[in-house]
Design a protein around this ligand. Sequence first.
Ligand code: SAH
Ligand code: TMP
Ligand code: ZN
Length: 413
Amino acid sequence: MTTTTTTVPHVCRVCSGPLTPFLDLGRQPLSDAFRLPDDPAEEFFFHLRVGVCGDCAMVQLLEEVPRDRMFREDYPYRSSGSSVMRAHFTETARRLLATELRGDDAFAVELGCNDGVMLRTVSEAGVRHLGVEPSGGVAELARGKGVRVRTAFFEEDTARDIAATEGRADVVYAANTLCHIPYLDSVFRGLDAVLKPTGAFVFEDPYLGDIVERTSFDQIYDEHFYFFTARSVRALAHRHGFDLVDVERLPVHGGEVRYTLSRTGTRTPSPAVAALLAEEEGTALHDLKTLESFATRVDGVRADLHALLTRLRAEGASVVAYGATAKSATVTNYCGLTPALISRVHDTTPAKQGRLTPGARLPVHPASDFTAPYPDYALLFAWNHAEEIMAKETAFRAAGGKWITYVPEVRVL
Ligand code: SAH
Ligand code: TMP
Ligand code: ZN
């Protein structure tokens, strides 16, 4: 086992309060490190554990993986790979254009713009914008769509430099990115530097409430360092002179919340904020009991999934998986899914094809090779894209194939 990660003591990364661990998902690889079959390099592993802060209620990983290992030139995830997500981000851009970006010479900054899926619409509207994206390959794809991008990690220095050279922003937006950033102190100092006095910080990430309700433990992996809630985000905002002024639940990626923050006293909070805070209180979302019972259910899913796949293989059934998601690294490695149980994973991402999934080393084949003669079963790792994928792969079911899911529980569909 490689032990080059920083072991974070059991204190909150946000407020230094006491962290109580409640879930141990074991030894895990980098979720997006798809390897060539003959790669002799030793694989990187870390210990994936989750805890909750007794002071600010932030749920977070106990160990931090160095950012340059994850977000590199060859980071394979492409946001535009899903038509549902393309539509979601086009709609998001239109809304930002109609609300935060109405003024003269409006300026939008996006953290983690990836391949430009959101900013391309802002660019096409002729509105000044800048993406901040450390992964060089996807940043280049964004540039190809007419999006301006800085290849950098957003943090205090980057933000100060943007403010100095481009001026302050009306809105800073981040989707599925803020939860990837352990160093939020620096990010918020940067936001303070780069946002206009009445500007907004809008971000959306997987919601802990949905993760607990649906037992979607595969949202937990190296890149997802924080699991936000209205309560923990409000505490975070208050530490840095911001208020939580709006929340909106989103159906994408298995359940997310879009949070809007602005400087203290500049905007009136919407009633949705108090409503979500009350809901979290009502379900005791941050209580150790609730989180420990989630952990017990996670263990049950592992046992059920392993048992089902073992039985199907013993009966001679062929089983593949669909969607080489980052999330699936947690499932394969925590549940012990070997190539003997799952012969291959089909995926549309060119940068993943012909490689092996991290840790479990399942071969990744193109999605276009998911054709007749079909396997008997396909385990849906990309369960968050279920509708889109099932609509595309109707021939599989028509041929007698069956989908397997494990969210919210193990089921053959
Ligand atoms: N916004 C896209 C991409 C999410 S993947 C979407 O919702 O689909 C997360 C992205 O954040 C990656 O492209 C990664 O390179 C980027 N990222 C990681 N740390 C970052 C940081 N400190 N600042 C800006 N982007 C970051
Ligand atoms: P995500 O859940 O992190 O968005 O990753 C989805 C993965 O599934 C990504 O590797 C692309 C792949 N995928 C397909 O193979 N077919 C599809 O239709 C969709 C939507 C995604
Ligand atoms: Zn804390």
